[in-house]
Design a protein around this ligand. Sequence first.
Ligand SMILES: C[S@@+](CC[C@H](N)C(=O)[O-])C[C@H]1O[C@@H](n2cnc3c(N)ncnc32)[C@H](O)[C@@H]1O
Length: 291
Amino acid sequence: MEPAMERAMEPDNSPMIRAWEGEVGQLWVTEQARYERMHAPFGSTLLAAAQLRPGMRVLDAGCGMGDRTIDAATTVGPHGKVVGVDVASPMLQVAQHRAVELGLDNARFIRADVQTTEDLGFEEFDLALSQFGVMFFADPYAAFANLCTALHPGGRLVFTCWQDLTHQQHLMVPLTAALEHVPTPEFTADNWSYAAFSLADPTRTQALLAKAGFADVEVQPTVAPMYQGADLSDALRFLRQSEFGDAVFGGAGPAATVQGWEAVATALAPYVREDGVFLDGAAWLVTATRT
Ligand SMILES: C[S@@+](CC[C@H](N)C(=O)[O-])C[C@H]1O[C@@H](n2cnc3c(N)ncnc32)[C@H](O)[C@@H]1O
């Protein structure tokens, strides 16, 4: 990460930034390999739509630990460049380390808030991409307008974001089982897992991107099996320590908690395969062009 490039951050996104800088980011770092495998099918869809070529200049928004930044840097080669932007320093450190290990001199990482950093680059990029990194903005219009300015006219925006919670088999199966035993959790807007669904409505996303300066906005559904763990106990261990465990079991008593987790285990059992536990996730693939 470039300390000189560290930018001021507005208070607006502070709850989300605190989460990603803190416990949430730490969990992602600890579980890097799991998250990478979990999201890999959506990464393939994203990369196919991105149409990366040698020499391209690419911005990866909410790059996290750099899964797609690294893919992009590998493809664009030494005559191209890729900049990964994220608010979470622990994740950026992992991304930076991985790029260095791979000898990718054309990748660099900046700690910045996409929403409040107006100088992400002026018409500097051919492509802005993001794998699930653009749903956490308090002011999404400002964030997408910044991404638009960073692209040259005709430059493309390609990202994945989540469909509605009710379409997420990987969450609804354990949630439905748990709710037989524990009270329905209340989500608040500053909860990161709730914010993850902020772009679930394609009509709203289309209007938002048009207002931010994009044309030819297309939103296509993409559903894929998501890796949850090596076996049932690994998948359960992950769920217990993730937001799901806190949100769903936080208000439950000890007996209900035991029964609830037993019900979750029973519900997940049919999804165990030889190569791990897989349940479907449902995303949108969004593509647009800067006017
Ligand atoms: C769901 S993770 C996805 C990370 C990565 N793209 C991946 O697919 O593994 C969301 C990422 O967005 C980042 N993020 C959240 N709000 C942001 C903001 N305002 N500006 C830049 N990055 C942000 C988080 O720190 C986190 O790394």
